[in-house]
Design a protein around this ligand. Sequence first.
Ligand code: HOZ
Length: 431
Amino acid sequence: MTQAPISNELFHRAQNSIPGGVNSPVRAFKAVGGNPRFMVSANGAYMLDEDGNRYIDFINSWGPMILGHAAEVVQEAVQKAIPNSLSFGAPTRKEIEIAELIVSMVPSIEKVRMVNSGTEATMSAIRVARGYTGRDKIIKFEGCYHGHGDSFLISAGSGAITLGVPDSPGVTKGTANDTLTAPYNNLDAVKMLAEANKGQIAAIILEPVAGNMGLVTPAEGFLQGLRDLCDQEGIILIFDEVMTGFRLAAGGAQELYGVTPDMSTLGKIIGGGMPVGAYGGKKEIMDYVAPAGPVYQAGTLSGNPIAMAAGMAMLTYLKEHPEVYTQLNQITEKMVSGMQQNMQQLGVNYTINRVGSMFSIFFTEQPVSDFESAKTSDTALFGRYFNAMLQKGVYLAPSQYEALFVSTAITESIADEYIKANLEALKEALQ
Ligand code: HOZ
């Protein structure tokens, strides 16, 4: 049983100076009840909070810590870069090296621009798609989340749906009108939108494996169907691989599913834990970006030398160690089958969706293939389950509408511990 008086006190204090006490809404635990834990350090599979409680971490900074916390290879690269100054605002050799590495790893990327977050990457990518095509509208999918850019806060997943604001106030009607939405995995709905808005759609953007309404996998033929439609209609297909990039395979979901978009957005793992994003794609499209072309996008800290050092170390490691993905698959599969046995033993209605080292549990008897079916999950039960796991020292995403991320620091015995905690937590949550 973990007590957290110091975290409680800090959360109370934080409300006075930070909106809601946190710097990103999902951290506030609003959807699961209780107060957030304030962290002080993390190493490998474990995080330590202000009260000295230790947790097995299955968020891993929402993805970046694929090698576990404080991975030596990344820490060393950062330490080596620090004495040379933290920022120049001028080009560096490292930026070319990381760009070349990304081009060599991600099938769709021939040229790439570094930014500071996934949100910046997606906002910039659709601006470029609009500039390139001369069209205004975009299609996104209900429950997909592409950061907090205005155009994407329509039927948005992640923290937005967790807090019940999928269509955020503050987004102008004009922006909202230019964002068309379709249900995930519904190719016919997308075709109808494209037909009804012929010649007006600049881009279709999606998470090729959705991770912001819980994990939802693309149905057979869905990604290829979008690819074909975009080719027919001159629409730019954008895969938002901020979460899936370098995680599901070295080349991301596009490598795993064999479908190549025109543009991709990246984040999280690309910075090894530092704030980095990137967008890239075909040369002819990326050459529309300033100063090569007319679409303006800039950033004082873009390509920051410390962030590039971290990202370079992380990506190099992943490229040189493909066995990481086999290891992650095996350990995640073990955890998922252990959970399935637990759920069956207790007679719980559940669906578990998994791709590689990402997965989500939904407390519903229905298969979860889109936002509507994701919303059939019993979120009250999820909240009780989350808190029971927390008490047992297992740190899960504090929302039904997020995915879990497994790191290589999860050993067989930690996985066994997780499965045991899962059984006990379920029993408590069901009482
Ligand atoms: N789903 C978000 C990451 N893509 C959660 C992290 C956050 O919003 O802070």
